[in-house]
Design a protein around this ligand. Structure first.
Ligand code: LLP
Length: 385
């Protein structure tokens, strides 16, 4: 990744920090755009993956909309220059304040997660005299075959309207005069590498779209969410995810009227590989059990994914190192789960060595916290140094 090519340049920055390869980000965005354009698909960038202003400026250039899950995300997207009518707003717990704010902005659609929420959107829209555009987020009960903490599309998850509740919800729609159902929304999970999962999703979507159309609803779009995974194990081998296959699956499998638009909400696949967390080795120690621990100056406060999902981020010693050893790489925080990797063989690590934790552009800085009163990590962009 880029850290290896510009190690001398980045050595001046105080660690830990995020490093972004802006050229790779742009190549990724170009690929998404050209592959999506092939089928006239609309892409919303899932801002939750990374909301840094500089990253948003790059995404903005490609004409994508934004997928938001909070009022603040809607606000940041609008302030970054994204048109309100390109914004979708999902989330199981939208507050009245957030809904009202988004209604006032005139967003493209609320991705509505329950019949109760639908009633509240209706009420709040009536109060300010507007009609809310709503896509019903349906839980399709499709197994995304990914980590359980990032699975959303199975029947008992908190997300979406249950498959079996659809008829009841539809029956109540006529009485909700301040909402207009414009589409259906699905998002089954994240970091999906088995793409046959998306074929299963299409099978469900086809049935549901047909059901709504037969029932007389005039849907103008279907939103298939995000979820395309990235190669954490070998980032150099696949810097740009397989958008070609991803979009072509939907093109082959979706059977919906040709006048319906197809939308996606991609996060990780767009920004994941362009970011690295750069850290320094602080200490070496050997545990009573004989394990070689290396303590680095980053922790779960900068990159939570390993502690939260047992996620693996490839690690490289940018300072070289003679020979190799088996190490456990630990962060600084007072939590036993603050471990980046256990028992991996790496070139010898010594105090002061610069190391890279790769594939950290998505859900990295966005999930950083100030636990233990750590400073939030700064970001360094390759085209600014
Ligand atoms: N749409 C909705 C409604 C979502 O909830 C998400 C992600 C996305 C789109 C974007 O999914 P993506 O294309 O990035 O897979 N923090 C976790 C990931 C949580 C994903 C939450 N929802 C992680 O670090 O793996």
């Amino acid at each position: 990744m880029i850290s290896k090519q510009i190690t001398d340049k980045i050595a001046q920055f105080e660690t830990p920090f995020y490093l972004y390869d802006i050229e790779l980000l742009n190549r990724t965005l170009e690929t998404v755009k050209s592959e999506a354009d092939r089928y006239n698909y609309k892409v919303h960038y899932a801002i939750k993956a990374n909301f840094e202003a500089k990253i948003l400026q790059e995404v903005l250039k490609y004409g994508f909309g934004v997928d938001c899950v909070s009022g603040n995300e809607v606000k940041v997207a609008i302030e970054a220059g994204f048109p309100a009518n390109s914004i979708v707003f999902a989330g199981v717990g939208k507050s009245d304040k957030e809904i009202t704010y988004a209604l006032e902005q005139g967003i493209f659609a609320f991705n509505c997660e329950s019949s109760h929420e639908l009633e509240i959107i209706n009420e709040l829209a009536a109060k300010i005299g507007v009609v809310a555009n709503v896509a019903l987020r349906i839980n399709p009960d499709v197994d995304p075959k990914t980590h359980k903490h990032i699975s959303t599309g199975h029947a008992d998850s908190k997300f979406g309207i249950a498959y079996k509740e659809i008829e009841d919800v539809a029956a109540r729609l006529d009485s909700l005069t301040s909402v207009k159902i414009t589409g259906l929304h699905f998002h089954i999970g994240s970091q999906i590498l088995d793409l046959t999962v998306f074929e299963n999703l299409c099978d469900r979507v086809n049935v549901l779209v047909k059901w709504f159309i037969d029932a007389g609803y005039n849907l103008n779009h279907v939103n298939l969410g995000g979820g395309l995974g990235i190669n954490y194990a070998n980032p150099e081998g696949e810097t740009i995810p397989n958008f070609v296959e991803y979009f072509s699956i939907f093109n082959t499998k979706l059977e919906i009227p040709s006048d319906m638009d197809v939308h996606f909400e991609l996060g990780r696949s767009i920004v994941g590989q362009c970011g690295e967390l750069i850290s320094k080795v602080l200490y070496n120690k050997v545990t009573g059990g004989g394990k070689n621990f290396v303590i680095i100056d980053a922790s779960m406060t900068e990159l939570l994914r390993p502690a939260l999902y047992s996620a693996h981020h490839a690690i490289e010693n940018l300072s070289g190192g003679d020979g190799s050893k088996v190490y456990t790489i630990a962060g600084t925080v007072c939590e036993s789960s603050d471990i980046f990797e256990r028992d991996i063989e790496l070139p010898t690590l010594n105090r002061g060595d610069l190391i890279s934790l790769k594939s950290a552009g998505a859900y990295g800085s966005a999930m950083a916290s100030r636990y233990n009163l750590h400073d939030l990590p700064i970001s360094v962009y390759s085209d600014e140094i």
